[in-house]
Design a protein around this ligand. Structure first.
Ligand code: MN
Length: 503
């Protein structure tokens, strides 16, 4: 896997208070906060640990902890909480400079009111009820995006909300300084896969650069026969091979070409420190097949991928791969391909020419070879499989010319009603929320792309948190979507983002 090493990553837990209630109260606040942090780490199965930071009581120390967070590479975000009434003017200087994601946890140390025992000491100690309102105001007043999570810190729902945000923060950290390689430009004349790479780097933190296909081809040529032998035998162990692709089969050489492509591409990506890449069937000079199996396997290892030069989707797929890591992730590049428009049962069949990630496969993928009608190259090898089923979503990121827009449509991934024996590609079948006609009209009104990040693991909540961290427009299409309100939201967002400078 090429995903980020989470061992040295952490979220900082910063408690706000003040000196009004005396040193004894502050000692208790620190003790309780520490216990709360220990409780979160012990009870919730978070992807990174939560680190206790000293209780904040002055403008200067709040500023210092915010600046420390900025400089600390391992800190992917901070959780704030005001145990007592914490005057939050003292947070202005720090928050104005903080550049890490924030989650404001609105909780209370004591779960239940001690009815028979409650006195003014209890009241003064446990007053997040108004301390966190003050704290919320300062974030709102400074127009700072943050996630607000409400509930007792031992509540598993609270842990789920924090977990989703942590995964978004991890993906955000991965995008900062991330590198994406493009082999060939966009598919000619296609609009939605275009975009402003300078704005993307300014807004999202990752860079996208083009590389000569010839440079990739020379990496492919450098691969030794012994390396190919070993990878081909790995294919034989992991997948079911079509007879003609097996050793001695008529098309075995094509499988070796696929293995050589994988090894060459992998070497190129590893040496360049890339997190994702794009290919295009219109620019394969020197490659004998459109890379199918190679791309599928690289995606399974965590690389972001976009076909036809679609770098925005490559970066999005990568972000989603980071979010779902450790969760038995089922996430792939996807394309809305064709429809089942049977009355009362409208479905979308998603696939691509070749490049669907086997992390969504149900059962053992079958490696097959078939002709490809476009690209004018030799028949490519690819994995063929059906998707696992269950709740899922499609996400797209489009460039609106003055801003980026993320659209997320939830769906149910379902079993095809009959086998598809003649379809030579991996595929998924789904039913969109709230229903086919509303979802597709909303998607098309919003300008959503035909390429998506598709997942049965990443939640809409993670993507919403991610969009908020990135500060971009977020449009969910789900069971609550009403088309008239959705159209109005699109119109209103033109005003909201109309004066937005530089994306
Ligand atoms: Mn495509």
């Amino acid at each position: 896997m090429n995903l980020i090493n989470k061992e040295n990553l952490e979220v900082w837990f910063v408690t706000g208070s003040q000196h009004l209630y005396g040193e004894e109260a502050l000692r208790q606040v620190a003790k309780n906060s520490q216990k709360l942090v220990e409780g979160l780490n012990a009870r919730a199965n978070f992807p990174v640990s939560v680190t206790f930071k000293p209780v904040q009581t002055t403008t200067e120390t709040v500023r210092d902890v915010c600046l420390d967070a900025n400089h600390h590479k391992g800190c992917i975000g901070i959780i704030t909480w005001c145990h007592t009434f914490s005057p939050s003017k003292m947070w202005i200087t720090g928050l104005k400079q903080l550049n890490k994601p924030v989650l404001h946890l609105h909780t209370q140390f004591n779960r239940d009111l001690p009815w028979g025992e409650i006195d003014m000491d209890f009241m003064n100690l446990n007053q997040a009820a108004h301390g966190d309102r003050e704290h919320g105001f300062i974030h709102s007043r400074l127009r700072r995006n943050r996630k607000v999570v409400v509930g007792h810190w031992e509540d598993s729902e609270v842990h789920e909300r924090i977990d989703a945000w942590m995964r978004a923060a991890l993906a955000w950290a991965d995008w900062q300084g991330g590198k994406y390689a493009r082999f060939g430009d966009n598919m000619r004349f296609v609009a939605v896969t275009e975009g402003d790479k300078v704005s993307a780097e300014a807004r999202f933190g990752y860079s996208v650069n083009g590389y000569g296909v010839g440079d990739l081809v020379s990496k492919v040529h450098e691969v030794s026969d012994a390396e190919v032998d070993s990878l081909v035998s790995e294919y034989g162990d992991q997948y079911e091979l079509m007879d003609s692709l097996r050793p001695g089969g008529a098309q075995h050489e094509a499988l070796r070409v696929g293995a050589r492509q994988e090894l060459g591409m992998r070497a190129f990506l590893v040496e360049g420190g890339f997190q994702g890449f794009t290919t295009t069937f219109e620019n394969l000079y020197g490659l004998t097949q459109l890379p199918g199996l190679a791309v599928q396997r690289l995606m399974a290892d965590g690389y972001g991928f976009g076909a036809e030069g679609d770098w925005k989707t490559a970066a999005l797929v990568r972000a989603m791969k980071v979010m779902d890591e450790g969760l038995d992730g089922h996430t792939s590049f996807m394309e809305d391909y064709t429809y089942h428009m049977h009355p009362g049962k409208h479905q979308v069949l998603g696939a691509h020419m070749l490049e669907i990630c086997p992390s969504i496969a149900r059962g053992t993928p079958r490696v097959e070879i078939h002709p490809l009608g476009i690209g004018g190259k030799a028949d490519p090898v690819r994995m063929v499989f059906d998707s696992v089923t269950g709740p899922g979503l499609n996400a797209t990121l489009v460039d609106m010319g003055n801003r980026y827009r993320m659209i997320v449509n939830t769906c149910d991934v379902v079993e095809p009603e009959a086998p598809l024996p003649k379809l030579p590609v991996a595929r998924a079948l789904w039913e969109t929320k709230p229903d086919f006609k509303t979802a597709l009209a909303a998607w098309i009104y919003a300008g959503g792309a035909h390429h998506t990040g598709f997942s049965l693991t990443v939640s809409a909540e993670m993507l919403e948190d991610f969009a908020d961290i990135a500060g971009i427009e977020y449009l969910p299409i789900d069971e609550t979507t009403n088309l008239r309100l959705f159209k109005k939201e699109l119109q209103l967002n033109e005003v909201v983002y109309g004066n937005h400078l530089g994306y």
